[in-house]
Design a protein around this ligand. Sequence first.
Ligand SMILES: [Zn+2]
Length: 466
Amino acid sequence: MVVVLLVSLLVGMLPAKAAESDGDQAGQEVYQQLSAGKRVKSEGTYETPEQPTVYLTFDDGPSKLTNQVLDILDKEGIKATFFVLGEQAKAHPAELKRIVKDGHAVGNHTYNHVYKELYGDFQTFWDQIQRSENIISDIAGIRPQLVRAPGGTATNFDAYYYYLMDQAGYIMEDWNVDSGDSSRANVPVNEIWQTVKASPLEHEINILFHDGTGHASSVEVLPQVISYYKKLGYAFATLTPQVKPKQFGVTKTKWSRSMSLKQFQGLLNQTQQYATAHPSPAEIAKREAEELEAQKAQTEAEAKAKADEEAARIQAQEDALPLQIKVFGSNALTIEPSAYKLRANRIELSLRYLIEKMGGNVEWQAASKTAVAHYGIYDMYYDLTDRRISLFTLGKQTAAYSLADMTMQDSQIIVPLRKTIDSLGGRITDAVMSRDSRQITMALRPLYFFKENDAILQNSLFAMGW
Ligand SMILES: [Zn+2]
């Protein structure tokens, strides 16, 4: 239904609140860009309406004329935006209340509209915005985010004005169609009408009217203007922070102003303090979303830490288990937790340790990189170079095995248990690997003769990886 526009950062990649977060240096960078007349904008997301839309705007009120404007809008069933002066709002509170009650938007148009004060220095402009806002808030209970600069921003605003208002969270609204109703005193109805008709028909029209004292012609021409745009298929809507604002941008100002870094930092401080104290609805939503995101991330991190801790605890507990080896017809061997490793369902341990536990002995022949294990009537030659085991029974070679997994660690030959038992002609007949206990049962020749036809046992043992 809507097209989302993204206005990206204009100059450089300066974050909107650089001065606040990064201290003086970032503030100086922004200051230098602004001094050079370059705007520094924060990011905004806008929605373009599908239907061509007119945003009627009325400045300088409320006045005695405002009720007439509201009656017309009510009759036409359309909404508009009123940029009110604090001074006028104070004089016509009922009209301001009605604007809000009727569902129109209210913008801030400063307190007294006196150009010389407003554009003499930013501090005065700012003070008037605050003064006017407090009056509007007291009367109507709202704090307008939209601001229209008296006379428009062109030739009045510089990059500092734009930046500081932006930092406070305000949205500056100029216009793209001027009805000409304030080009001089008492502009005739027909002249306004001709001006409106001659203006370009953009997709979104932000049209400037006045409902201040002395603008009876504007009220008079209004029904005709509304009818004109309606016939052209335009919808009418209030300005909102989601509507991309029409802004004239930085032009050469007709005011001679100066801004020292210190003044700038002081003003920036004021505007940012305001933003913190009065976040816009979009800012509130953003903060809430960020907070929610942070909470979610924290919850996830906590859950992960807990799971990791639990896994580590179980692992540590399991790693502390001794391995019990029951040998058929012999005493059980206990392999100390530090003497073996359980890796992917496979037990690895030092060959010397195993053979010695079983009552045999191992000699290391460094020259040939061969370990010779003697166990009963067996002699096993572990050749580390070609990773082979040769088994001798009563001095006669009876078998040869390739043991690809044989490794050397800290001057020890590490072998996989099952393959080693197999090479000794034995069999692992049972294995229990649980959280509380690690036990394997094995039989060694000649005490145990593996039954050739006991295929089920054999297959299940191999399936277990032993
Ligand atoms: Zn004005």
